[in-house]
Design a protein around this ligand. Sequence first.
Ligand SMILES: *Cc1c(COP(=O)(O)O)cnc(C)c1O
Length: 290
Amino acid sequence: MFTLSDQQLPYHNIPAHPDLRLDIKRLDLIHPLISGNKFYKLKDNIRTAQQQGYQQLLTFGGAYSNHIAATAAAGKLLNIPTIGIIRGEELEHQALNPTLTTAQQNGMQLHFVSRQEYRQRHEAEYLARLSAKFPYAYIIPEGGTNTLAVQGCQEILSEKDLQTYDVICCAVGTGGTISGLINASAEHQQVIGFPALKGDFLIQDIQHWTKKSNWLLVQDYHFGGYAKVTPALLDFIQRFEQQYQIPLEPIYTGKMLFGLFELIKQNYFVKGSRILVIHSGGLQGKTSLS
Ligand SMILES: *Cc1c(COP(=O)(O)O)cnc(C)c1O
């Protein structure tokens, strides 16, 4: 897609507490649409698709999906046609939101499917039918999470990150990103994930991708579920943005930082802890949501 060296990614220090060091690694600045973790999740998949002679990329997502936005933009950049299977057949007859409008402008062919059909997105039989319909398409799962994505996310942490920090924090959706971070982390580090959605299945999902145990999920800050927000969350995001001049969105990074600030208030971290927060991007959806 494009190459990225670690030196290009800024770190921003946040003076959240005098006894802690808190730095944010700005993966959100990688690209306006192929942002944050989605770059790392896509890059090896796209390389593999090209090497194996596929001519299109096909993937799945909801109307606000950062993964859909990233896949469409990457396809445009690399001249690979993309196909998006989008949840919600009713959307076909409505004006498209900014995420889908931009995806379409970037050349993505949108296929709107019912929720019932969308639910089959992980089933082998359904995937076989899609492969028959789109024989030249390399299929990437919803949210982009597969073996190559987890491998790609292992590159988020640099050698220096492994030496410098005690704690690594990230937002969690499907669990692919945190799995890569855990696999790459040093023994002495703890990886803390803040799920953006409800559900105990995430623990098993992450255990599928990693054998290590230096991680945990803080499950208290999903704010009612995926894409659910509260006035308190929106207020926190606004204050954070004003104070630190770092943009957040309410689905993932806003919830993570809200939760992290709560843990800090509760003296969860031992004095002197050095915390690295992964800003996983996702800001393209902000205009659609506000
Ligand atoms: C997709 C996304 C996540 C979740 O990543 P997973 O690998 O699915 O856990 C977190 N933050 C942002 C901004 C995202 O777009």
